[in-house]
Write a protein that binds this ligand. Structure first.
Ligand code: ATP
Ligand code: MG
Length: 217
């Protein structure tokens, strides 16, 4: 049996066509059922639903053999114990710095001011500002980063941006693009050796499907 860890939402939705390309159909709809373990048309393959930030942990400790996780989540986790064979090129977005439209970010950086930065992505933010030589006080948040500059909690946020409409709706502007983000396939290193006969065909089908993206249904 191989177990694939997915998080509900964007990653689940965008992984389904890749699974389909590998001949795997998930038999339950996670939006309609409360089940956390979903069976598939292949008796040897099941899907477990976990929180996005928990996917690398499940795979690292063997709670799942494989998983799909954002590059953001992977960097924050550290990636230890994980084999990362494929960039699936799904759930694409970018990691950016945003500030209130009336905050002069360029000037603050030029003057060497200490910036208060709110983010869920403390490792990425710390590394980015250190590489720029900007001193920051990082404030760890778990959600709704956009609110932080609006309430005076922070001068800036580091968050994921795709269309920019959430920033715009909250009168924030993007002032730096830190990196492009997409989701990766991660595999437990022991499982890759012990279950290679089951896992390798999946890797092959996924990499073929990335080069020739299936039409979403
Ligand atoms: P939870 O919903 O459990 O609080 P989360 O908010 O961290 O967790 P999602 O918002 O579902 O989880 O994001 C999961 C992954 O999807 C992220 O790690 C990222 O790689 C990707 N992602 C997040 N936001 C976007 C976006 N706007 N566009 C494309 N991909 C995104
Ligand atoms: Mg979410």
């Amino acid at each position: 049996m191989i177990t694939l860890a997915l998080s509900k939402g964007r990653i689940y939705d965008e992984t389904l066509p890749l699974l389909r390309a590998a001949g795997i159909e998930v038999l339950e709809d996670p939006e309609k059922s409360r089940k956390l373990i979903l069976s598939t048309n292949q008796p040897g393959v099941r899907v477990v639903l976990v929180r996005a930030t928990d996917v690398p942990t499940y795979v690292e400790y063997g709670g799942a053999d494989l998983g799909v996780t954002g590059k953001d989540t992977l960097i924050e986790h550290g990636g230890q114990g994980l084999y990362q064979p494929l960039d699936l090129q799904i759930a694409q977005c970018r990691m950016s710095v945003a500030v209130r439209a009336d905050f002069d970010y360029a000037r603050a950086v030029r003057q060497g001011s200490r910036l208060k930065v709110a983010t869920k992505y403390t490792a990425i933010a710390r590394e980015f500002f250190a590489s720029k030589g900007v001193h920051v006080d990082l404030i760890k948040l778990y959600g709704s980063m956009e609110l932080a500059p609006l309430t005076g909690l922070a001068d800036a946020i580091v968050d994921l941006v795709s269309t920019g409409s959430t920033l715009k709706a909250n009168q924030l502007i993007e002032v730096e693009r830190i990196m492009d983000i997409s989701s990766r396939l991660v595999v437990n290193q022991a499982a890759l050796k012990l279950k290679q006969r089951a896992i390798q065909p999946l890797l092959d089908a996924f990499s073929k499907a990335i080069i020739n993206p299936p039409v979403p249904t």
